[in-house]
Write a protein that binds this ligand. Sequence first.
Ligand code: ATP
Ligand code: MG
Length: 230
Amino acid sequence: MQFRVEALDQHYGSAQVLRHVDLTIAPGECMAVLGRNGAGKTTLLKCIMGVLAPTSGRVLLDELDATSWSPNRRSHAGLAYVPQGREIFSELTVGENIEAAARAHGTYGTAAMEDAIGVFPVLREMWKRSGGALSGGQQQQLAIARALVTEPKLLILDEPTEGIQPNIVAAIKEVLTSLKGRISILLVEQYLDFAIDVADAFLILSRGTIIEAGRAEAMSREHLTRHIAV
Ligand SMILES: Nc1ncnc2c1ncn2[C@@H]1O[C@H](COP(=O)(O)OP(=O)(O)OP(=O)(O)O)[C@@H](O)[C@H]1O
Ligand SMILES: [Mg+2]
């Protein structure tokens, strides 16, 4: 999917949180959005997913204007969102979390569903446990698998490594790397080394404005650090 955001503005009351944000993600590429706490990263993802209506600007999926679409319609058009803090159903089992997403997207019982589950073997081991009984890292893996069950064209992740043990961070990195080429990824991340290993392009947000955008190979670690260091 060719994904584009055009001149996005967003306000909370009188406070402007996003200013004229433009971005393009090429098919099969991963774009990482970096920025300090409060820069507007989550707000940007919510506008892209349709959870928030932007004040102005457009969201384009393969050049189709999706700005007025509901989150559900965007999801069926190929966007999948793994929110910050994961938001799995903690009362439901691992299996029920995944099967609910699969039923909603017509992939229940298909190879696509099995492939998505197989991405993190721990999920089969924990299949009958309630989501709330999983560790933070396992919940993140569940949230990602649940997104993959919908066969997304663009996978959107908000700080997937936040508060997660290193071995699971490594497993998530491997999965995102292997997904690239087949689907596009929009990754909000504050863990710079993780982002550097996965991203093809970077965008740096500061107080709602893009202050830097470019190809990963054109940006050194030192350069990126300087922009996001507190
Ligand atoms: N519902 C809301 N109402 C009012 N202000 C909000 C709301 N949500 C976020 N904000 C403010 O908007 C700004 C951007 O918040 P946002 O959550 O998008 O930042 P972020 O870059 O995701 O931060 P973090 O790194 O902490 O997740 C912050 O100043 C925040 O306090
Ligand atoms: Mg955030």
